[in-house]
Ligand binder design. Structure first.
Ligand SMILES: C[C@H](O)[C@H](O)[C@H]1CNC2=NC(N)=NC(=O)C2=N1
Length: 106
């Protein structure tokens, strides 16, 4: 388990184009699709995919920030946006970063 994420006091404003571009440069595998941060992960099995989702769910809950996601067998598709802000914020970038850290590398 990751250490608890303390005090999630990030600003809830949409990132600028420049901020988004910089963030994407540091987020392997992520792109912008339909105005949301988007990535598909493929794992070795359903159990590995679901284990990843379980771990990320706990991170999301501790951040008070929740993904839109879809699982079929060993694939997990994630879309991140901040509903309260109507777009992508630093919280989405942070959750994407955590997702990359939690995904076992093949
Ligand atoms: C009150 C609660 O913290 C808010 O409704 C949170 C919950 N999770 C959330 N998740 C996402 N992705 N966007 C939000 O705006 C959001 N808001």
């Amino acid at each position: 388990m990751q250490p608890a994420i303390q005090e999630y006091a990030m600003s809830n404003s949409q990132l600028s184009e420049a901020e988004l571009k910089k963030a994407l440069g540091e987020l392997s595998g992520w792109s912008i699709e339909a105005g949301k941060l988007h990535r598909q992960y493929q794992f070795k099995s359903f159990v590995e995919a679901f284990g990843f989702m379980s771990s990320l769910a706990l991170v999301a809950e501790s951040m008070g920030h929740h993904p839109e996601w879809f699982n079929v067998y060993n694939r997990v598709t994630i879309d991140l946006t901040t509903h309260d802000a109507g777009g992508i914020t630093a919280k989405d970038v942070e959750l994407a970063r955590k997702a990359n850290q939690l995904a076992p590398s093949k």
